[in-house]
Design a protein around this ligand. Sequence first.
Ligand SMILES: Nc1ncnc2c1ncn2[C@@H]1O[C@H](COP(=O)(O)OP(=O)(O)OP(=O)(O)O)[C@@H](O)[C@H]1O
Ligand SMILES: [Mg+2]
Length: 277
Amino acid sequence: MKKAGLPPAAPGEETMAILEIENYSISYDGLKSAVDNVSFSVEKGEIISIVGESGSGKSTLLHGILGLLPRAAGSRGTLKVFGRELSAMSEKEQRTMRGEKMAIIFQDTGRYMNPISRIGRQFSQYLKVHRNLSPEQMHEMEVDLLQRVHLTDAERVLNSYPFELSGGMRQRVGIAMAMALQPELLLADEPTSALDVTIQAQIVRQLMELRSKYGTTIIVVTHNMGVASYMSDRIVVMKDGHVVETAPAEELISHPKDAYTKALLEAIIELDDERLA
Ligand SMILES: Nc1ncnc2c1ncn2[C@@H]1O[C@H](COP(=O)(O)OP(=O)(O)OP(=O)(O)O)[C@@H](O)[C@H]1O
Ligand SMILES: [Mg+2]
């Protein structure tokens, strides 16, 4: 598959969408499309959920947006991030954009941590790259962020090695680190599915606060229609690599048009609204 190679957008386009995807496809093997002719765009400050069954192409699409597909994979169509065609950017430009403007939370963020380095050390190294803070300011910020993801014993967490924390605690550390960057665009792939429902609700609220405080644009992949409808402005439903329906969250939940969306909604285990409210 060829890459699109459009020139970068003119600078100073204030009203541009953060993400514009048009007739965009990804194939790992050049034969079958894991993402097939997808089109949607995301405005600054929007929260978008991508939902769909296992294997529908959600993570692949997220990796495409990040520019982190395997080398053998091919893409075609238009994918513009911050107004620039991703495939027209050099690897260095993509890396800089990722480092400065984007953050990612994976389902198992703990897997990406150094097992033989204490959390506090890793957190500080992370902050050092992006901010000019004194060690004291860094520590203060780390404690504050850990408390925001409800890790109340922040000092103990900072002094721990990753294996000394539970999976859910590591996940929350990863979320705190991503929040520390105050990214313009946050991509999250099943960020809360490893957490119990109460913690999940708290984390969802923290993510939403990022938007209200800093105008962060968020794209979240989730299996959980309850989370999707609670936190997002719009929902994108994927099946077999296609987008079958995109609509404002409330509309999609109350008047789903596509049969597959209806089936997904019928399949959800009722989430206790009290806990998410
Ligand atoms: N690295 C890879 N190499 C080859 N094929 C892949 C790779 N990653 C995913 N696929 C295939 O692409 C398709 C979409 O997978 P993807 O991981 O994007 O789905 P998903 O919607 O994120 O599923 P889940 O909800 O289970 O995480 C699947 O058929 C999968 O087997
Ligand atoms: Mg996935």
